[in-house]
Design a protein around this ligand. Structure first.
Ligand code: GLN
Length: 485
């Protein structure tokens, strides 16, 4: 089977017409994983048997005539989503042996539709990172250039789609972890509005920022996946009870007459020349499609990275307190009593970046520094959110680069955490504002690496940015490409 040109909508039609079966498809994708994963290391766990059983059930459901949009479609999820039958490691040694007693709501919603989950994808440990180098399961390689990072933290999710191992995946985005790897791997990735998708059963990193979203080969498949997982969940008190629109119904309506804002603070010195050229060409495309381009300002952008690394680490230090060797995962105990067991377990179980963030966050929350750091960061966050609200009064959505450069080399930034943190400068503000954004391919660098374009939408305006992304994808030829592995 030629997996190169397939999309979820095409496969759905083939399944319905009896031209293929879910079992056949699932086998083909599992084969592709076997053939390619030695090179890119995108999977932490492949669940072949469970997938084939689910595929068989999906075939029966299709035969019975009650298929849903994702029935029989092979997918995979970041190893941060709890899954009942296979372990959820979060790419950490401390959860190496952890099997959840329940499915995350997003996973359960995929299963309700009859989707086939073929495995769990590699990531930065506890979703902390921008390069997928912070993984106990080893680095993921960028399928376009194996010496480069795929981005992070959902690096396995993006790389597996780019490599044709699966059609689409679920990732999470706390400060860019869906959009930045999507950009570096040449796929489409969407971070929904805070509250749009339930995080129940998703291992928490920074709870006021974390959000679940899809990565896929094209915009339409992203819309299909979002439609499947979005919506209120009583088990997640931050999920919002507003109706989920039919994202496919409005997808092809175009951008004629739309006002697109260019935040001046995102077009800065230091932007890679190829990225700048690709984004400028995308602006021209939108003009030709009938959109109006206006300049806007997000004046507090400069403070976003510092603000994020206080809030995210503070929340992480609290969320990760639960990994103590008692309730979850691995325990290292050599008879030195309870405190000794905690210390040894956490020292052996967490990687360096996770430890760095727990220390930063604990410091920011300590009584002597709380006002100076954590409280101040919360105030800055409000200013950043107000910037977004003011800009969205003038425009329908905004357009920016996703990352200042294309994928960097493995090893290039590991010893310089600050440089690594700064690479998230264009994605982090959206999480602080709580709004939605997506990344889609808009060019290729002189070295053959994918470049992404970011569209920033108003709260709960996922349908609008998907529509704008579809218009661009169909007017150009950058999307839907598989890496030659
Ligand atoms: N790269 C950012 C970080 O390291 C964002 C990670 C994420 O979105 N999970 O925190």
């Amino acid at each position: 089977m030629d997996l190169n040109s397939l999309t979820i909508s095409q496969l759905r039609a083939q399944l319905a017409a009896g031209e293929t079966t879910s079992v056949e498809l699932t086998r083909a994708f599992l084969e592709r994983v076997k053939a390619t994963d030695g090179k890119i290391n995108a999977f932490i766990t492949v669940c072949e048997q469970e997938a084939l059983t689910a595929a068989d059930e999906a075939d029966q459901r299709i035969a019975a005539g009650n298929a849903a949009p994702l029935t029989g479609i092979p997918l995979a999820v970041k190893d941060i989503f709890n899954t009942r039958e296979v372990r959820t490691t979060c790419a950490s040694k401390i959860l190496d042996n952890y099997v959840s007693p329940y499915d995350a709501t997003a996973v359960a919603r995929l299963r309700e539709q009859g989707a086939v989950i073929i495995g769990k994808l590699n990531m930065d440990e506890f979703a902390m990172g921008s390069s997928n180098e912070n993984s106990a399961a080893g680095s993921v390689k960028n399928p376009w250039d194996l010496s480069r990072v795929p981005g992070g933290s959902s690096g396995g999710s993006a790389a597996s789609v780019a490599a044709g191992q699966v059609l689409a995946t679920l990732g999470t985005d706390t400060g860019g972890s869906i959009r930045q790897p999507a950009s570096h791997c040449g796929v489409v990735g969407l971070k929904p509005t805070y509250g749009r998708v339930s995080r129940y059963g998703v291992v928490a990193y920074a709870s006021s920022l974390d959000q679940v979203g899809p990565l896929a080969r094209n915009v339409e498949d992203c819309a299909t996946l979002l439609g499947a997982v979005a919506g209120y969940d009583p088990a997640d008190s931050t999920s919002v009870d507003v109706p989920v629109p039919d994202y496919l119904a409005t997808l092809k309506e175009g951008v004629k007459g739309k006002k697109i804002g260019l935040p001046q603070e995102y077009f800065i010195d230091g932007l890679d020349a190829d990225v700048q050229a690709a984004v400028e060409a995308a602006i021209e495309t939108y003009k030709q499609l009938g959109a109006e381009i206006v300049e806007v300002n997000l004046p507090h952008t400069d403070y976003a990275v510092a603000c994020y690394y206080l809030i995210a680490t503070a929340e992480a230090s609290s969320n990760l307190a639960r990994y103590d060797g008692v309730r979850y995962g691995v325990r290292v105990d050599n008879g030195e009593g309870l405190i000794g067991m905690y210390q040894r377990t956490r020292a052996a179980g967490f990687g360096d970046e996770v430890k760095r963030r727990i220390m930063l966050g604990t410091y920011a929350l300590s009584s002597g520094y709380y006002d100076a750091y954590y409280l101040k960061a919360q105030k800055v966050r409000t200013l950043i959110r107000q910037d977004f609200l003011a800009a969205f009064e003038q425009v329908d959505f905004m357009l920016t680069p996703v990352a200042p450069t294309p994928a960097f080399r493995i090893g290039e930034k590991v010893n310089d955490p600050l440089q690594m943190y700064l690479s998230d400068i264009f994605t982090i503000p959206v999480n602080l504002a709580g709004t939605c954004a997506l990344s889609l391919p808009c060019g290729v660098s002189s070295e053959g690496l994918p470049i992404g374009l970011q569209l920033l939408g108003k709260a709960f305006a996922e349908a609008e940015i998907l529509q704008a992304a579809w218009a661009f994808e169909n007017a150009t030829d950058f999307g839907g490409k598989l890496a030659p592995l």
